[in-house]
Structure formats: structure tokens, C-alpha cells
Design a protein around this ligand. Sequence first.
Ligand SMILES: [Zn+2]
Length: 211
Amino acid sequence: MVTAVLQERWLPQRLGGNLALDFTNTATYQAGRVDRDYLASYEYLLAWALDADLIDADEAQRLSQISARAPEQGARALSSARELRQVLYLLFSGATRGRQYGQDDLTALNALIAAWMPRRQLHVVGDTCFWSWTHAAEDLEYVLGGVVLAAAELLVSSGSANIRCCPGCGWFFVDVSRNQRRRWCSMAFCGSKAKSRRQYQRKLANQPRGR
Ligand SMILES: [Zn+2]
């Protein structure tokens, strides 16, 4: 099933330049509300985690089988993912407004940090160390640990000053452009839409008016 989801090419592009921003971009937003939600089911969360290299294909398959056996557990994990995404949406929105963070949102993220940090452990493959998470075999939510950690690290970094929000779709990204004037999530998506809208409006304005 995870493979099927991947084959459907449903995955949102990872354009944020940061894992936590890409996770928040698993929905598009209009006026602060979710417009399109890419996390349609727990399978979609797994497919996203696989695409983001949080888990490998075998692990995605294993978790998928558990959620098929215990759908209520999968639904709970999906609901936790959406709650985390909402907290991150509010915090990153605050970052784009001169790093003004809401106290409730910070409290919510701190609770998640407190829950996840004790479960962090170093894991070594070859000569490379990376963080992994202690978890029960049946735990369907641990894929969120990496997102929580990435969000916390981004917020304490100087990069937090460069978080931007695309006015077209509400996606977040870290602006690392030289002139710091990146406006759109991508020129291929919202940038080109805005360009054709401008061209259309110019064309209308230049048309001779009939009586
Ligand atoms: Zn956009």
C-alpha cells in the first residue's frame, strides 16, 4: 500500500530546505486553514516519511502492516501527526512575523520535546552517526520524533530568521537566496501562476474598451 501511494505521485515536493518545514508543507493553506491535506491516511504519512528518509522501505512496510491490523492505532498516529503539523504551522507562521511565537504553541512544542528527547539515541551505520528513536515494535508514531527534533533545531538556529511563507499556497521554506528575496515556494508552481495572472491582468488593461 505504501508503494501504491508512492506510485500515485501524491507526495508534496520537499522544497522547504528543512525536514520540519517539509512536514508542515504536507498541507497547503489558505487564510491560515488547511486547504489541501496530503496526509490523507496513515499510509500517506508513511510514504512521506519514506520519501524524507526517516524510515526505509522495509520499515514502512512493517508499520503499514501493523496499521492494517490495528486501524485505530494508525488513525491515532495520523491524528498526532496532524496535531504536530498544526503546532508547527503556528510557530513557523510566528517566525515569518519577526519571530513572534505564541506561548501556547511553544508550550505545545515543549511538551513534545519533553516526550521525544529521552527517547533519542545515537545510531551508527559504517562511520556515520545519526539520531534514532527507542520505540516499541508496535509504535506507529515514532516517525514524528525526527520532525520534532528538526523543528526545535531550526527554531534555535539563525535560520529561523529566514523562514518565509509562500503567499500562494502557505508553504514554508528557508530563504537561502543571495539577496534574501525568494518569495514563492517554487517558480514552477505559485511563481508561474502569479506571473501568468499578472500577464493576463496587463493584457486586460491594454485592451481597447468598447462602448
Ligand atoms: Zn506556493
